[in-house]
Design a binder for this molecule. Sequence first.
Ligand code: DOR
Ligand code: ZN
Length: 346
Amino acid sequence: MTDKIIIRRPDDWHVHLRDGPMLSQIVNFTAKQFKRAIIMPNLTPPVITAEKGMKYRESILKSVDPSLGFTPLMVCYLTDDIDKDEVRIGYNEGIFTAAKLYPANATTNSSMGVTDVRNIYPTLELMQKIGMPLLLHGEVTQKHVDIFDREAIFIDEVLKSLIKDFPSLKIVFEHISTSEAADFVFESNNNIAATITPHHLELNRNAIFEGGIRPHNYCLPIVKREKHRVALRKAAVSGSSKFFLGTDSAPHSKDAKESACGCAGLFNAPFAMEAYAKIFDEENSLDKLEAFSSEFGPQFYGLPLNEEKVMLERTNTAVPAEIDIMNKTIVPFHSGNNIPWKFSRL
Ligand code: DOR
Ligand code: ZN
């Protein structure tokens, strides 16, 4: 039995750090484990210009503990009338690493998102030309579509034609939650990859309703049937370079989650690597964790691998029931439980 692994320091290819007073506390949870992270731009107002991207990056760097050696990778939020020069300038000047397509009203702070993907075809044309990755929240939003089917229908109604029209556009299908998405990525060419969260690997949809409504297990895309969780685990440990780590850690205060209309998102940043190690261990695939966490992501983005090392040991980590941040309380993923792995930097 493997009791300890030493791997390259990982990166998080999808995280929400928020802004304002929350940011200064939240960022250090991510920076303690990850060297780099792709920072989601769904602020209010969202990050739609290169200048805003630069300012947001500055405030992250001002907030983070400098001894952690953390690099934020910024993302442009696409809107129906996004100025493609902002995307081009932001990318060429090294401010933006990627651009994010939120279908309008698909999730938190997405009301300014894209109402029809054809509205941004000129920007996608440009991104394909300059090699800038498109990050997808892959869910349709029509009211008649069942919430559990939104991702599978997105593949058929949006993604297939997007790939046909932009065959060399680099696409990350974010936080995949279905076997359909895993199969689609496996079968597509190497320009399409996917991130997988620890909560979509850990939970099935019963977790939202276990003995009563469980708002802390509510996220978007919503966690699905057991067969999907099994398929995601298979993809994560497959050794395919198309699947890599993206926590989608998305903190909301306890009040905002435990409400008549609770916010979507799990806060998994404090014990993210412990949560992934638990899953890879359960799948007898600890030998695949390093590539998933620290190699396939940078390879897809064309970035160097991290040289620092981190350690995961088979030792219990007690996850607190609640974490106080400024004057807010946040309930973390695995709240009040032990995870049988412990993360440390070397
Ligand atoms: O659960 C989620 N929370 N999914 C998203 O797509 C957005 C995120 C957030 O920003 O809270
Ligand atoms: Zn997200």
